[in-house]
Design a protein. Structure first.
Length: 226
């Protein structure tokens, strides 16, 4: 299949090779672009170097790529998935990896360790009150720095050549300009994205586990069962 995958502009490294390993071709469509806030990056890095955090949580690869190279020392580091951990390793940072691809598993993973600890989170300018509340409920403190904004590109997604469109986040679905058509398979990378698609009237046929590899596996299972 030819799959259109929603990614930030210039942030699709490795997608094509991974798709090929599952027997598919893919290309990038970009409903969003990242607008970096370098003064906030600098403020966060300074706070890390002052020892203000007991733990850092990188909930996607982009903040890892922005912040990681600037760190000279760091506390305990948690990555949301192996791709984010790989980006951090490029900066010499060995991160623990959550057992799933969802930030909701951050608090269960750390458990009682969080009590009395301060977590630093560099992230997009997209609120995650569930994570904040969970950390507070576990007795921890969260300080996040919104180091980049996600800005709609306003460009209609080029889907004429695609057999499927794979939305990689709820926001990439909500902000996308696109035209559904018969025969276009709708795919969600995980259940949060799937919920957004259902709410918007475009229920996905395939739902992944939060990772691209897991989504491609789910897609192939569906095709084998068809």
């Amino acid at each position: 299949m030819k799959i259109a995958i929603t990614r930030l502009e210039n942030k699709a490294a490795g997608d094509r090779a991974l798709c090929a390993s599952y027997g598919h071709d893919c290309y990038t469509v970009s409903p969003l672009r990242a607008e970096l806030r370098m003064e906030r990056v600098a403020a966060f890095v300074d706070a890390v170097h002052r020892g203000e955090f007991d733990c850092l949580f990188f909930s996607s690869a982009l903040p890892a790529a922005i912040v990681g190279p600037k760190l000279k020392r760091w506390p305990r580091v948690i990555a949301i998935g192996p791709k984010t951990a790989e980006v951090l390793r490029e900066s010499g940072i060995d991160a623990e990896v959550l057992p799933s691809f969802y930030s909701r598993d951050f608090v269960p993973y750390l458990g009682d360790w969080l009590r009395g600890r301060t977590v630093g989170i560099p992230r997009a300018d997209v609120p995650n009150p569930g994570l904040h509340n969970a950390i507070a409920g576990a007795g921890g403190t969260v300080r996040e720095e919104r180091v980049y904004a996600l800005v709609p590109t306003g460009t209609e997604l080029a889907l004429d050549a695609a057999d499927a469109v794979l939305f990689t986040s709820a926001m990439s679905y909500r902000e996308a300009r696109w035209r559904p058509r018969d025969g276009l398979l709708l795919v969600a990378i995980g259940d949060i994205t799937a919920d957004a698609m259902r709410a918007g009237g475009h229920p996905p046929v395939v739902v992944g586990d939060g990772s691209l590899a897991g989504t491609l596996e789910a897609l192939n299972r569906r095709r084998e069962g068809a």
